[in-house]
Ligand binder design. Structure first.
Ligand code: ATP
Ligand code: MG
Length: 769
């Protein structure tokens, strides 16, 4: 076919080939999932370098997650057969940090600035809201931080917001003050929050065109994956980067140098996969590309190379329910493949058991664990899965889940490092002031802070001058020895070894010893985590011999999850649907496909919410190469309560013939120790003639309603301990206990033959005898 002979071009279809070899200034590649967008991007980079059209250092490729970035780097290196040294392949955030670290001093920050994650931001906001008594106006750290984030994504800062604010509204006036103080605190701490990383880089470029020109000259090719999810600040950043620099014509000859034209820009995206509107992603960035970049070339890719036709047909059917989209249908030349497998569990636990059993079965048939992923909408859903995976000895890892770097003890240890790298960081200093406990109470902490403010010195300096505060000798001694420890560590940093610095801080502060000797059984695990951090630092040092403390802190601030620390092959990947974007797996389990989870309850009231949730479902479906399992549960424990769950409205959008619904009471084999598979009986409403499984899904629109209407409703059936009941599946039994209230009452029943069960009284097919 096309491109014979050149391994970079071989095997590409004509549209893909065009996307790789085209050299227009601006190129937009729009296409559905799995059509090779990311692949085209990597081939394009490799071809630019191989043809000597660009140095690796002239390439800036931006992806959405660290994982995607490292995958892209690997793919490019594999294509080139050599290391792509000097190439920037990174997330928006990492690219901006690199720029900011170099240029920070230009606008009044020190190079060692700290990056605050959302937990840090909230600590700061909590203090501000408290000091302003703004909680009475309804402000919480969470809602204030969300509002600030939205504004920053729009490139608004506290002052620009203040100019348009309506100060006669007390809420708005208070918010202006919160925003201002928040910015002031960050600045004094020499810190940026996550959103600042992007917006401050844009402001930097705008304020210092000569600085911007350095990067414009350097990056001759800017490539962006997942462009549909860029927000306004990210869009503005791209615009700044691909603007033509001020002509640097040779004053004598007038010859314009090659670096004087605008850089070439390639973006790829799929509006059906836009899932970050809640973070300000603006789909107009893609729809208005041609207007923003006149003369842009647009290439459409159509053929899907990832999934079977059954999977694609399901995806097509689901997404076609979204209005306002250009109709495009994914297709593959590779055949229908297996049917999608559906399963309705009695509970979240039962659903998890199904997932684990299927993984076991597939694994015995030779499928590698690394080729399996389990997706869910909310992190809370992992608990049931984890429990069963552990019991069944299925190796798994949670991607982007409970983050290693978000654990309290790790944050403590990191705060020690941060306090050394950035002595202006009051937040870090206050965090470690009495961690481990050294008798420094909140009054002393406030005293130090005030003393610093009154004397116009930093918190760190106030610690050094603790003797002047008139505190007791014990407290003064404690502050001074902590201060001395930090000074020693700072000297060590100058000599290089980060791991030694950390070790010194940990032993000098007594943090590990305190955890080790604590009576709290969890502290043992915490101590191990800190040891693990020391190991991580050592490993980092080995791989990055030239990097120092600040590089390490930057890296960890940007790493999305512990999973990036080591390699994921050989384990099943568990992740939220948001994290799944751009990835692909042989076998995918899409769990919790229920109303209130997918679509998520929170999305119901937001304009565009349900459509965005549908795109999320679409993203999930299209990750699967060969096998897709879709599951849900009839009851789900959430927020400590067990509630009745309804099938997601999106399920009815998948043509019935594509799904093989497995679960039905007749066919269910009981598994030791787990809940029975008696869902139809439990549901009462899926019909006596068969399961949800075999139910024809022809009456599309009314399905969820029918389910609702026909769910058995025992109303307020009175039950109490000692009552005898009969269950359509389990026979007779005795009520041992009734817990919960109202519609959530649960009967704990000892059945004569079926054992102990917990039943949701409202819907269980039971009668009182
Ligand atoms: P997403 O929208 O999910 O990010 P994508 O459009 O970026 O998807 P890729 O991940 O680039 O798609 O490609 C999907 C899969 O198809 C990959 O495994 C890729 O290697 C493969 N693929 C793409 N194009 C071809 C081709 N011409 N021949 C064979 N395989 C291909
Ligand atoms: Mg992709």
């Amino acid at each position: 076919a096309e491109g014979d002979g050149d391994p970079l071009l071989e095997g590409l279809n004509p549209q893909q080939l065009e996307a790789v070899v085209s050299r227009t200034g601006a190129l937009l590649i729009v296409a559905g999932a799995g059509s090779g967008k990311t692949r085209v991007l990597t081939h394009r980079i490799a071809s630019l370098i191989q043809n000597r059209e660009a140095w690796p250092s002239q390439i800036l490729a931006i992806t959405f997650t660290n994982k995607a970035a490292s995958e892209m780097r690997e793919r490019v290196e594999a294509l080139l057969g050599s290391r792509a040294e000097g190439m920037w392949i990174s997330t928006f955030h990492s690219a901006c940090v690199r720029i900011l670290r170099r240029e920070a001093e230009k606008f009044g920050f020190a190079q060692g600035f700290t990056i605050y994650d959302s937990a840090d931001s909230r600590v700061v906001l909590k203090r501000i809201i408290k000091s302003l008594d703004a909680d009475v106006l309804g402000f919480t750290p969470a809602n204030a931080s969300a509002r600030i984030s939205t504004l920053k994504n729009e490139l608004a800062d506290a002052e620009s917001f203040a100019r348009t604010a309506n100060f006669s509204d007390p809420n708005e006036a208070a918010f202006v003050e919160i925003f201002r103080q928040y910015q002031r605190t960050l600045r004094a701490a020499n810190a940026f929050d996550f959103d600042d990383l992007i917006s401050q880089t844009v402001f930097l470029f705008r304020a210092f065109p000569d600085v911007a020109d350095v990067y414009r000259r350097r990056f001759r090719h800017v490539l962006v994956d997942e462009y549909q999810d860029t927000n306004h600040a990210q869009y503005a950043l791209i615009r700044e980067l691909v603007r033509a620099p001020e002509p640097d014509a040779d004053a004598l000859t007038g010859i314009v140098r090659p670096g004087d034209e605008a850089a070439s820009l390639t973006v790829v995206g799929d509006s059906d996969q836009s899932i970050y509107a809640f973070r300000g992603a603006d789909i107009r960035n893609i729809t208005e590309f041609e207007r923003d970049f006149p003369g842009a070339q647009v290439i459409l890719l159509e053929q899907n190379y990832r999934s079977t036709q059954n999977i694609l047909s399901a995806a097509n059917a689901v997404i076609s329910n979204n209005f306002d989209r250009k109709d495009k249908k994914l297709w593959t030349a590779d055949g229908d493949g297996e049917q999608i497998v559906g399963y309705t569990g009695y509970s979240g636990h039962d659903e998890a058991q199904f997932v684990a059993d299927e993984i076991d079965r597939l694994h015995r048939d030779g499928l590698e664990y690394g080729q399996v992923a389990v997706f869910y909408r909310t992190n809370a859903q992992t608990r049931a899965l984890e429990e069963i995976f552990i019991r069944q000895a299925i190796p798994y890892r949670i991607m982007g889940g409970t983050k290693f770097y978000e654990r309290a003890e790790i944050k403590d240890a990191m705060a020690y490092l941060t306090a050394v790298a950035n002595p202006a960081d009051e937040l870090a200093l206050r965090r470690i002031l009495n961690t481990p406990k050294r008798g420094i109470g909140p009054a002393t902490e406030t005293g130090l802070s005030r003393f610093a403010e009154d004397n116009g010195i930093s918190f760190r300096e106030a610690m050094r001058r603790a003797a002047d505060l008139g505190l007791g000798p014990k407290v003064t001694g404690a502050i001074r020895s902590l201060s001395a420890l930090l000074d020693e560590a700072a000297e060590q940093v100058a000599e290089g070894k980060v791991s030694e610095v950390l070790q010194h801080l940990m032993s000098g502060s007594g943090l590990i010893t305190t955890l080790r000797t604590s009576r709290d059984p969890q502290d043992e695990a915490r101590a191990e985590n800190v040891e693990e951090l020391i190991a991580v630092v050592k490993e980092y040092q080995k791989n990055n011999p030239d990097s120092g403390l600040i590089d390490f802190l930057t890296e960890t601030a940007l790493v999305a999850a512990a999973d990036d620390l080591d390699d994921a092959s050989g384990t099943v990947s568990l992740m939220t649907l948001h994290t799944a974007k751009g990835l692909e797996y042989d076998t995918v389990f899409l769990t919790g496909v229920e109303e209130d989870l997918l679509p998520h309850r929170m999305s119901a009231n937001e304009p565009g919410g349900p459509a965005e949730e549908r795109r999320l479902f679409y993203v999930g479906i299209t990750r699967a190469r060969k096998r897709l399992f879709i599951s849900l549960a009839m009851t789900r424990a959430q927020f400590g309560e067990t509630a009745v769950a309804m099938p997601s409205r999106y399920l009815q959008e998948i043509p019935a013939e594509l799904i093989d619904w497995r679960q039905s009471p007749g066919t269910a084999t009981s598994r030791g120790g787990t809940q029975p598979r008696a869902l139809n009986a439990q549901r009462g409403g899926f019909g006596s003639s068969g399961s949800l499984a075999n139910r024809p899904l022809t009456e599309k629109r009314d399905w969820p309603n029918r389910v609702t209407n026909q769910v058995r409703d025992n109303g307020d059936l009175e039950l109490e301990a000692g009552d005898r009941i009969e269950h359509t599946d389990f026979g007779q039994g005795r009520v041992v206990q009734v817990t919960g209230v109202g519609t959530k009452r649960i009967a704990h029943v000892q059945f004569d033959t079926a054992g102990a069960k917990k039943l949701l009284i409202k819907i269980a097919p039971i009668t009182k005898l």
